[in-house]
Ligand binder design. Structure first.
Ligand code: BES
Ligand code: MN
Ligand code: ZN
Length: 502
């Protein structure tokens, strides 16, 4: 993890990053945005226009500096009086990404309020990521991420800015964990090793002294206690399933929420085997589980006064003579039966078990759950509907949803509300069980949401996040987002927790 410091002194680093925006008109003209740092702009603007720089987002232009060795312009898009936080995040992230291979850099971008500083810090940290653990012969030639980030701002001495820069470090640290887990090959990330990595991370986060506790159910316990969803999905694999629970209990808590994340360490489709191309990215099918586990640790590290239970039903969906057959009937924890018509619709099965358990534990004794959020790479239909960069949110509670959407907005994560049309529910009826695991093909994302809704009491505020596309970037890197695991949803869960106790 890189380090961040704030300063209002002169630039001493060899590399200075500043913003470049454009003002529309014909011809469009460029505007250098370096916050409070004044530059000799005239010559720079001539050079930039000679080089064909446009100031569009994700454009990086490097020039030899005068007072620094290098001056790097990162695109901000259209000029603004004050820039949206996500614009700042992406611009600083694109810069740290492009400057991998160097050790330190300074960033001077416009900062009017402490949140601007936070966005710059966050973007820079998220852009400074690499995953080279599994390289052999090519490891040495990889450029390592930036290690020291200095942000130039007149707010360097503001306590709020300093606190938010610390928060950015927590975000950076746990986003790295989520991305690493997603990028790890399924040969190394099994349900069992997932629980071990999270247990270690919880210890590093302070364990019991931070209010964190881990408990794990193994396959035998899952079987005897009746978790037919998790065991049904996992029974075709040599790597047995687990149910991981990470709880955070602050010394003073105002509310209690449960986060449940889909944890399929590899989704082959089971006996409804996916074609090779559709399987390539399926190591990312545990992105929801990684996001909820990291979120609860980040929330504990930030000492938020809200109790959180994170649940990760972990299984590998494989093909074998012990795998669940199409038409098999399984019994979800709590007693509902499901006809498994398609073993590739496995996420909803493991989630159903975990949702019921999360509600049971959350409402035990004197405690009661104020809401529940599930996070899952659930359907290809999500990607068809919203593309690869916008996630979906479905709900039974508009008030909870509007808080969530505000949290998503401040985090810079794109979520779009989707309906749960009642008329689609009948398509999940089964002639032989309480319900079937697939229904109407059209609107498949909504049908999956309706399946989960069947396991949620009406009065419990619930959000279902389908992150199938945004969890894993199969295209080019952009802004602060690398190729591979993105870490989506974790930042919004943290921002939601902050908002819920405000
Ligand atoms: N893990 C997949 C969904 C997925 C697809 C995630 C593409 C990321 C990218 C899920 O388990 C799945 O296979 N869903 C099926 C459901 C269908 C059988 C009803 C799908 O979407 O095709
Ligand atoms: Mn599947
Ligand atoms: Zn899946």
């Amino acid at each position: 993890m890189a380090k961040v410091q704030l300063t209002d002194a002169a630039v001493s680093e060899e590399i200075l990053v500043v913003g470049l925006a454009y003002k529309e008109g014909s011809p469009a003209h460029l505007k250098i945005e370096s916050g409070n740092l004044s530059l000799d702009e005239k010559e720079l603007l001539v050079a930039l226009s000679d080089l064909g720089a446009t100031g569009k987002s994700d454009e990086i232009t490097k020039l030899p500096g005068t007072s620094t060795r290098l001056i790097v312009f990162t695109g901000l898009g259209k000029a603004h009086k004050s820039y949206p936080h996500e614009t700042l995040r992406r611009a600083s992230g694109a810069a740290t990404r492009a400057l991998a291979g160097n050790t330190s850099l300074a960033i001077a971008l416009p900062t009017n309020v402490a949140e601007d500083v936070a966005a710059i810090a966050e973007g820079a940290l998220l852009g400074a990521y690499s995953f080279d653990e599994f390289r052999g012969a090519t490891k040495a030639e990889q450029k390592s991420p930036i290690q020291n980030i200095t942000i130039h701002t007149k707010l360097a001495k503001s306590t709020e800015a300093k606190a938010l820069a610390k928060r950015a470090l927590v975000i950076g640290q746990y986003t790295t964990l989520v991305r690493d887990l997603i990028n790890m090959p399924p040969s190394h990330l099994t349900p069992d090793s997932f629980t071990k990595i999270i247990s270690q991370a919880v210890t590093l986060a302070g364990g019991a002294s931070a209010g964190l506790k881990v408990s794990i159910l193994d396959e035998k316990q899952l079987r005897t206690q009746g978790f037919g969803g998790i065991t049904g999905v996992g029974q075709g694999s040599a790597n047995p399933p687990r149910l991981l629970h990470v709880s955070y209990t602050p010394s003073k808590s105002k509310k209690r929420f449960a986060f449940v994340g889909k944890g399929i360490t590899f989704d082959s489709g089971g006996l409804a085997l996916k074609p090779a191309l559709g399987m390539e990215a399926m190591k990312s099918d545990m992105s929801g589980a990684a996001a909820v586990c990291a979120a609860v640790m980040a929330i504990a590290t930030l000492k938020l006064p809200v109790a959180i239970d994170a649940w990760a039903p972990l299984a590998e969906n494989m093909v074998s003579d012990t795998a669940t057959r199409p038409s098999d009937i399984i019994t979800i924890y709590g007693g509902k039966t499901v006809e498994v018509l398609n073993p590739d619709a496995e996420g909803r099965l493991v989630l159903a078990d975990a949702l019921i358990k999360a509600i049971e534990v959350g409402n035990k004794g004197k405690s009661h759950l104020d809401g529940i959020v599930d996070v899952a790479t659930l359907t290809g239909a999500q990607v068809v509907a919203l593309g690869t960069r916008t996630s979906a949110v479905m709900t039974n509670n508009e008030e909870f949803n509007s808080k969530f959407l505000k949290a998503a907005q401040t985090s810079g994560e794109a979520f779009w509300p989707m309906p749960l049309p009642e008329e689609l529910r009948a398509s999940l009826d089964s002639p032989v069980a309480d319900l079937a695991n697939i229904g109407e093909r059209m609107g498949g994302m909504l049908v999956a949401g309706l399946f989960l809704k069947d396991f949620i009491p009406n009065e419990l505020p619930w959000l279902h996040l389908d992150i199938a596309g945004p969890a894993f970037n199969e295209g080019e890197a952009f802004g602060y987002t690398p190729v591979g695991g993105t870490g989506i949803a974790m930042r919004t869960l943290i921002a939601l927790a902050e908002r819920l106790v405000k």
